[in-house]
Design a protein. Structure first.
Length: 62
């Protein structure tokens, strides 16, 4: 369970990294910035998706 929780927050760290990269390349490579923003949304979605199923599995074990 602890490893699963670690990977949840790894998705948030990845989202923060991609957001940073999107801001860095916004003026020079707009298409690449949009790709990074897509990855931000995907990483945040994965965080909540994994969190939901970890909680669902945890509640079933009790």
């Amino acid at each position: 369970m602890k490893l699963s929780k670690f990977f949840e927050f790894a998705y948030l760290a990845a989202a923060a990294f991609f957001l940073y990269e999107a801001f860095i390349v916004w003026d020079t490579q707009r298409e690449r910035a949009y790709l990074f923003l897509f990855f931000v949304v995907l990483a945040i979605f994965m965080f909540f998706f994994r969190r939901h199923f970890r909680n669902k599995y945890g509640n079933r074990k009790k």
